[in-house]
Unconditional design. Structure first.
Length: 252
């Protein structure tokens, strides 16, 4: 069963859906899916995160999937610090729902959404476990870019920076990327479980980023490296099966 569950964060509409299992009885352990930066290329055959949410929900978990500000039908502009506000609001929402087992709320993030998940879990002890897929160790490629305006122009081209004159303060915007640092945050997740998943030949975020995160993380932790070049691991059957198996074991 799916129901719309839109939120308002910093005055912006954040679109979301809550998927509840068709079997079992509440309260359900919950999963929050955190997407990465959109590619700007639409694939009509791609079921996207709703398909992944349905797949995980069929395994007996509640799943909340949403669009960070600046993406999809959500309002606003791409801002990594703002993404942390969005995720906190989602955690607040789920924590208050009677159908949700508040002692089991997991984050499953992909790429930039994985880095945001690590950063937020380090601060918010309501998160009981984290799965980070193809997570960058940091955002230096953005924050330390020699010509940040070119980066902003790219984000404007793919439609995630929408408002003329945004960002009002370039330095403040860049500081968000410096602050949301997975490598500096990951150790604080322990003793809660952490699963890192990466493709060996990922050409967007190198597998060495997950290896660095794994080395810095505390126990319990697990690193799964998948053969291949896939970056969008939500589309990889091995990655999805690994995620679901880990979530089922963690929720028992």
């Amino acid at each position: 069963m799916m129901k719309a569950a839109n939120l308002t964060v910093d005055g912006l509409k954040i679109t979301g859906q809550l998927y509840l299992p068709e079997t079992g009885s509440p309260p359900y352990p919950a999963v929050i899916l955190c997407h990465g930066v959109p590619s700007g290329i639409s694939d009509p055959a791609d079921g996207g995160y709703p398909l992944l949410a349905k797949t995980i929900s069929a395994a007996g978990l509640a799943v909340y999937t949403f669009r960070f500000r600046g993406t999809g039908e959500s309002e606003g502009n791409f801002d990594i610090a703002g993404w942390t506000h969005d995720l906190k609001a989602v955690i607040d929402y789920l924590y208050a729902q009677p159908e949700i087992e508040s002692s089991h709320i997991s984050l499953v993030g992909f790429s930039a959404g994985a880095a945001v998940s690590i950063y937020m879990a380090a601060q918010d002890k309501r998160i009981t476990s984290v799965i980070a897929c193809a997570s960058p160790a940091d955002f230096r490629a953005i924050s330390d870019a020699g010509k940040p305006q070119l980066t902003i122009d790219h984000f404007r081209k793919i439609g995630i920076i929408r408002d003329p004159g945004y960002p009002r303060s370039l330095e403040e915007w860049l500081n968000g990327f410096r602050r949301v640092n997975a490598l500096q945050s990951v150790a604080a997740i322990a003793p809660r479980p952490l699963l890192l998943v990466h493709s060996r030949g990922d050409g967007i975020v190198p597998v060495s980023d997950s290896e660095k995160l794994f080395a810095r993380a505390g126990e319990p932790k697990k690193l799964v490296i998948i053969e291949g070049t896939e970056h969008r691991l939500r589309r990889n059957e091995t990655a999805v099966a690994t995620i679901i198996q880990w979530l089922k074991e963690d929720s028992n």
